[in-house]
Design a protein around this ligand. Sequence first.
Ligand code: NDP
Length: 283
Amino acid sequence: MIISGKDLSAQLKAELAQQVVAFPQKYGRVPHLVVVLVGEDPASQTYVRGKAKASQVVGIKNTTIARPSSISQEDLLALIAELNADEGVDGILVQLPLPAHIDESKVIESIAKEKDVDGFHPANVAALWMKQPCTVPCTPLGIIRLLEHAGVEIKGKRAVVVGRSQIVGLPVAKLLLDRHATVTVCHSRTENLPEVTRQAEILVVAIGRSRFVTGDMVSPGTVVIDVGINRDEVTGKLCGDVDFESVAPKASCITPVPGGVGPMTIACLMENTISCFLRKVQK
Ligand code: NDP
């Protein structure tokens, strides 16, 4: 079975749009998401456009603020301070990666935690690990939504997460653990990786290597979630971290690339923006 993130994200966005339509009457306005784009990286530009389009579908206000890659850290922090202070802004997202002369952590830490729709602020990260109310990072949240939608039982299952980044691997491992999976996290120094991945009943791959996980690394019946977004060097087309051709025949369910985790990330960003808005207006 192919788990379509495209279909599920469309469904989720339609549900959110229904909710948002009532906001002007209830709260006097709709949620407002501000996306800050630094530089001209084509992939970042595509992601930012996707976020603006999704905002339109859901009915939330979206402002994209573009700044040249030469912007100083000081000026970027000043812009974020302005957005933090603006009562009319509910969510702030700084598109990553940032140019090398800017300290990403400093920028993430400067966003008001109540407006941190990405869930990357240290206060949100800590709250996630302490099981306190928080904004959950969009991609891991989207993965859980996909698993739930596909009717995958997480409790008691052996889950293997390949990749230990702060934005995908670690938080998704925590979310799986919270849902009572037995979780193993692998990384570039893991020995005998295929032996570990073959033990997975749920396999989440987020490493950024084209078609790295092949059929021989997966046991029959595994649920496979491919987070990777890579450009195939030969065809120039998007491909995942999983070799779909050899893995799909063995998997019980698998997400495609494109059309799997990617659209869910954006739908969950919309969900997070609305949650930040509601926390503010319902205070
Ligand atoms: P990072 O580069 O931050 O992390 C990659 C992780 O993979 C690291 O933990 C690294 O290990 C591990 N890794 C790298 N090579 C290997 C290997 N050969 N064997 C085992 N582990 C390995 O990547 P991200 O988590 O940010 O992103 C991963 C992928 O997901 C990318 O393709 C990215 O584009 C995509 N992505 C997709 C999103 C979506 O919405 N679909 C959102 C975010 C990311 P170590 O820690 O030891 O270096």
